[in-house]
Design a protein around this ligand. Structure first.
Ligand code: GAP
Length: 491
């Protein structure tokens, strides 16, 4: 037994993030978070996993609108990172990989948190997050006791068994990051697609970490989705001036920060790049920066961008015994490319998008009934919004529902997610759509049959205009269209 515990040094590159969260954990979630969690449940965005059984603390389910929002975010990332570039391709690898992958990557030995048990209240907590007690020694965050057990390394990877035998030879892990599949498939992709560095391999998918502290709704959970890209570049000695690994590192930092504002519509003043100090860097990295968002509890990581040298390919080459070099025909030399890695999280991005979009407007002084309530709305970018346009018949007769459904079908044919609603007064229907961030509402009324016009209502300023149906279709389609951005190719 030991109570000689001080804050242990980080043991893995990914640990940086856990360490940092110490300052961020509030006693209670800020009011905005409480409102958002309630809205997320009420409107079918995000539910607690297995809620009817009391819920699973560290897992969440996306409901009908949440799944749309998440898909939109992931599709926008894929478009920006893969479809709109000549130099990046995608893969979709398995979650369970050969266990040696995680030995080579350093996860088996080093992806750990230091845990300690309290002898008095029996709670288990992270030694590096614990408060200081007397004599420069940590104390239990639960009961304050300094009677503590030994600090033990707790690996964050989930273990399972492959096949029917439950011995150590069958132990495999659920991947704690998607990145390693890009490294182990480096040559498969490079050779089958005949790629020349600089080029990137991108992947989206689930990752799993047995996080000790799960916090802030979906911000930190045990099962989450990552969107990662490994960009393989010539090492400095084979690179032209202006195209060295650190030049690409600078390029990707700017490019990724831009994505959150330009593509997702997050407010620029709520985002920043935080360059890591030298002592935060893993031994092999020569640069690492986080794109951070100002969450209601403080600044926190959205995405990490790291310049990883050739560490990963070297490790996999050594552990697999396979040569993973690239042969540069022009330079007549074999080399191991260096890697720049922008690693984002889909769930965390979605949470930041929701927080950033949430707004409440006080009612006008003369307002009555439903209109006397504050207007809750999400200022979601139309490209991200789960529903792009809602179409209402003013009343449920005189051919209005049929006409509204015709309009909906035209949107669907054009790839625009449109929603039909005929319940309650139109004002209420508008409010329901505001709350889930639907940017446009269209109302079919008695005049529609006469002149093919409808009322188009805008979410943010609630302005309404009378326009031709065809104009409404093109206006909405143009606003929700993804892609078409002027991409600066990096060759
Ligand atoms: N391959 C590098 C890597 O995995 P990371 O900083 O550990 O780096 C990248 O993870 C991103 O994945 C984070 O910026 C975050 O958005 C997301 N992420 C990591 N752990 C998470 C967790 N427990 N819950 C939700 N998202 C997480």
């Amino acid at each position: 037994m030991s109570d000689e515990v001080t804050t242990p040094a980080p043991e893995h590159a990914e640990k940086k993030e856990h360490k940092k969260q110490k300052k961020e954990k509030p006693a209670e979630e800020p009011v905005l978070m409480q409102k958002l969690v309630s809205l997320a449940k009420r409107r079918g965005l995000i539910f607690q996993s297995s809620e009817i059984y009391g819920g699973l603390k560290s897992a969440y389910d996306y409901g009908p609108l949440g799944v749309e929002l998440k898909r939109n975010i992931k599709n926008l990332w894929w478009r920006t990172m893969v479809h709109e570039r000549e130099d990046i391709v995608g893969i979709d690898a398995s979650i369970i990989m050969h266990p040696k992958v995680w030995e080579a990557s350093g996860h088996v030995a080093g992806f750990t948190d230091p845990l300690v048990d309290c002898m008095d209240c029996k709670s288990r907590f992270r030694a590096d997050h614990a408060p200081m007690g007397d004599g420069g020694k940590i104390k239990c965050p639960n009961c304050g006791s300094q009677k503590l057990g030994e600090v033990r390394k707790f690996n964050l990877m989930f273990k399972t068994n492959l096949g029917p035998v439950e011995d150590s030879s069958a132990t495999v892990f659920l991947r704690p990051e998607t990145a390693q599949a890009m490294f182990v498939n480096f040559l498969n992709v490079q050779q089958s697609y005949r790629l020349k560095p600089p080029f990137g391999i991108a992947q989206q998918g689930k990752s799993f970490r047995n996080e000790i502290t799960v916090e802030h709704f979906t911000f930190r959970s045990c099962e989450f989705e990552q969107m990662e890209m490994e960009y393989f570049v010539p090492p400095p000695e084979f690179a032209d001036e202006g195209k060295k690994p650190l030049d690409y590192y600078a390029y990707w930092k700017a490019e990724r920060l831009r994505w959150y504002t330009e593509t997702l519509g997050i407010r620029a003043e709520k985002l920043r790049l935080r360059e890591h100090a030298k002592d935060e860097l893993a031994h092999y990295a020569n640069g690492c920066a986080d794109v951070e968002y100002e969450y209601p509890w403080g600044w926190g990581e959205l995405e990490g961008i790291a310049s990883r040298g050739n560490f990963d390919l070297t490790q996999h080459s050594t552990h697999s015994g396979k040569k993973l070099t690239y042969f540069d025909v022009d330079k007549k030399a074999h080399y191991l490319p260096h890697v720049i890695e922008p690693a984002a999280g889909a769930d965390r991005t979605l949470l930041a998008v929701l927080i950033d979009a949430y707004d409440e407007e006080p009612p006008p002084p003369e307002a009555k009934g439903d209109n006397a309530e504050p207007r809750v709305l999400l200022h979601l970018d139309p490209r991200v919004a789960p529903i792009k346009v809602a179409v209402f018949p003013l009343i449920k007769k005189e051919g209005m529902p049929e006409r509204a459904r015709d309009i909906i079908r035209t949107f669907w044919k054009n790839g625009v997610n449109a929603f039909y609603d005929e319940k309650d007064a139109v004002g209420r229907r508008y409010r329901r759509q505001d709350e889930v961030g639907t940017p446009f509402c269209i109302t079919v009324d008695g005049d529609t049959a006469k002149d093919d016009t409808v009322t188009l209502r805008y979410r943010d300023d609630m302005k309404q205009e009378r326009i031709k149906i065809a104009d409404a279709l093109s206006l909405v389609a143009e606003k929700v269209r993804v892609g078409g951005r002027d991409v600066r190719l990096n060759r």
